[in-house]
Design a protein around this ligand. Structure first.
Ligand code: AMP
Length: 194
């Protein structure tokens, strides 16, 4: 089963993806984590993307499409995967569809974590104080939220148009409450898949 967790920066995608993949026993593929690891390792790819990550800009579509295609070929993704932070543009969604069509496994669901703008900024600034992520500063946060609004939100309509179930989840409140809501929303799909 291949699913996508979708939402603005600060919506809790990473945390919720971790909980869901632990429960489902599928691979958690976070493109942000993959890119940060490359940047930290100082690989050629990492050196290319580090300034973009720091400024809060999306990396080029072709680059991230290659990274994900490779990652999906790894053994742990064979039985299923949850994509976290990908696709973030309509061209990325189309590229993913081509890869999935070729491997005969369609996108099963999109979990959309909906959180209001004020809460997002507050959460991202709190995370900045705790985790010291290079892109959690005020300018970069504003840039990431703007890119999300302009480039990423159209991805939801793309999936709706393709007939993929988009499960809209209220992402406010505690980690546990949001997780419960996701489990409930996924239940009918999991029953269907059996
Ligand atoms: P995240 O951890 O998902 O917030 O991603 C951190 C940063 O990695 C983003 O601000 C982008 O610079 C980059 N990134 C992650 N996923 C993508 C993607 N699908 N397309 C373009 N850039 C991405």
């Amino acid at each position: 089963m291949l699913g996508i967790i979708f939402g603005p920066p600060g919506s809790g995608k990473g945390t919720q993806a971790e909980l869901i993949t632990d429960a489902l026993g599928t691979a958690h593929i976070s493109t942000g984590d993959l890119l940060r690891a490359e940047a930290e390792a100082g690989s050629p790819l990492g050196r290319e993307v580090a300034p973009l990550l720091k400024a809060g800009h999306l990396v080029p579509d072709e680059l991230i499409e290659r990274v994900v295609e490779q990652r999906l070929r790894e053994k742990d993704a064979a039985s299923g995967a949850l994509l976290d932070g990908y696709p973030r543009t309509v061209p990325q969604a189309r590229a993913l569809d081509m890869v999935l069509d070729a491997s005969g496994r369609p996108t099963a669901f999109v979990i959309f974590l909906n959180v209001d703008h004020g809460t997002l900024t507050k959460r991202l600034l709190q995370r900045a104080a705790k985790q010291h992520r290079a892109d959690d500063n005020r300018e970069s946060i504003a840039e990431r939220l703007a890119e999300y609004r302009d480039l990423t939100t159209p991805v939801l309509d793309y999936y709706r148009g393709e007939g993929v179930p988009v499960l809209e989840i209220d992402g406010s409140g505690s980690v546990e409450d949001v997780h419960e809501r996701i489990v409930e929303a996924l239940r009918p799909l999991r029953t269907e898949a059996r």
